[in-house]
Design a protein around this ligand. Structure first.
Ligand code: R5P
Length: 295
C-alpha cells in the first residue's frame, strides 16, 4: 500500500505514512497554461492505494485533482483505492434548503461512486446522515477523542458550552468524558444572509473557563459572536475545539482580534504558512492511521 497526496493536505498525508511506516507514492502535480490540473504518477503502483485529499479550499479544484489522481491510479492497474478525505467538502449542503437548490453532498457521493472508490475515511461530517448517500464502505471518525485526551491533561477548562442545539450530542460527549457541566447556547441563523444571532444561554456562566466544541469554522461569525456573548456574560476564558478550519481569507486574523482566548483545531485541512497566536493544532494522523490499519 502506498499513500498518494493531492495538494490539499500533503503534510497530513506524510504524517499518516510515517505512523504506518509506509512510502509516499511519487506524484507530480502541476497546471497547464490554461490552469487545467495535470497529474502524473511517477512510480509503479501497488494493488492498493490510499489517496489523501481534503475537499477544502478551493474545494472544486481539490475534488477535480482527486478525480484525476484516481483515474491515473486505475489506469496503472490499482484495484483498491481508499480515499482519505479528512474534510469532505460540500457535506454542509446536506439538504435542499430552498426549492431550486441542488443536493450538493449527494453530487459528491455520486462522483466518488462513479470512480468505484473501495472505501472512504472521513472525519466529523456536519451531518452524519449524509453517510447514507455513499454506497461504498464509509468510515466516519470523530476528532473529539483527540481533543478530549488533550483537555484531560491540560485542566484549563471547567465547563463545556454547546454552541447550538445541533452540536449538543458532541458537547454532551465532552461533558461526560471530562466530567464537566454542560451549558447550551440558543442561536438562530438567517437562511438567506447566513447571519447568526444568539438568543440565550441555558445556565449561569460567570467566572467559568469554558470550552466550545464544534465541527468547523468557516467565516468565524458563530465563534466570534459566541465568544463575545460569553465574555459579556462574565466568562473568564473562552476556548474552542473545532475539527475543521477552512482558513478562508482573513478568518484567523479576525479570530486573533476576537474575545476568544484560544482556538484548537485539527490538521484535517492544512494550515497556511503563517504564525498565529490564538491557534493550536492537534493532529489526527494517528486516528486515521489506526483506521487504515484495519482496511
Ligand atoms: C453550525 O451548525 C456549524 O456547526 C458551525 O458552528 C458554523 O456554521 C460555523 O460557520 P461560521 O464560522 O461561518 O459561523
Amino acid at each position: 500500500m502506498k499513500i498518494y497526496s493531492g495538494l490539499s493536505n500533503p503534510s497530513l498525508a506524510k504524517k499518516i505514512a510515517g505512523k504506518l511506516n509506509i512510502k509516499m507514492g511519487k506524484i507530480e502535480l502541476s497546471r497547464f497554461a490554461n490552469y487545467e490540473a495535470r497529474v502524473w504518477i511517477k512510480d509503479k503502483a501497488n494493488k492498493t492505494a490510499v489517496i489523501v485529499q481534503s475537499f477544502s479550499y478551493p474545494p472544486d479544484e481539490q475534488v477535480m485533482e482527486f478525480c484525476l489522481i484516481t483515474d491515473a491510479l486505475k489506469r496503472l492497474g490499482v484495484r483498491k483505492i481508499i480515499a482519505v478525505i479528512p474534510w469532505l467538502g460540500y457535506c454542509i449542503q446536506d439538504k435542499v434548503f430552498r426549492p431550486g437548490e441542488p443536493l450538493s453532498s449527494k453530487v459528491i457521493a455520486k462522483i466518488l461512486h462513479s470512480f468505484k472508490i473501495s472505501k472512504i475515511i472521513t472525519l466529523d461530517l456536519h451531518n452524519e446522515i449524509i453517510s447514507g448517500f455513499f454506497e461504498m464502505p464509509f468510515v466516519h471518525l470523530e476528532a473529539s477523542q483527540v481533543f478530549i485526551d488533550h483537555f484531560k491533561k491540560s485542566k484549563d477548562i471547567d465547563t463545556i458550552v454547546s454552541p447550538d442545539v445541533g452540536a449538543l450530542k458532541n458537547a454532551n460527549n465532552y461533558a461526560r468524558e471530562l466530567n464537566l457541566p454542560l451549558v447550551v447556547i440558543n442561536k438562530k441563523r438567517d437562511l438567506s444572509t447566513g447571519k447568526v444571532s444568539i438568543i440565550s444561554v441555558s445556565d449561569k456562566i460567570k467566572g467559568r473557563r469554558v470550552l466550545i466544541p464544534d465541527d468547523f469554522i468557516s467565516t468565524g461569525g458563530t465563534l466570534i459572536q459566541t465568544a463575545k456573548f460569553l465574555k459579556d456574560k462574565g466568562v473568564k476564558k473562552v476556548y474552542a475545539a473545532l475539527t475543521h478550519h477552512f482558513y478562508a481569507p482573513q478568518v484567523q486574523e479576525k479570530i486573533e482580534k476576537s474575545s476568544l482566548d484560544m482556538l484548537y483545531v485539527t490538521d484535517t485541512i492544512q494550515k497556511p504558512n503563517k504564525k498565529y497566536n490564538k491557534l493550536k493544532i492537534i493532529s489526527v494522523a494517528k486516528l486515521i492511521a489506526e483506521s487504515l490499519k484495519e482496511s
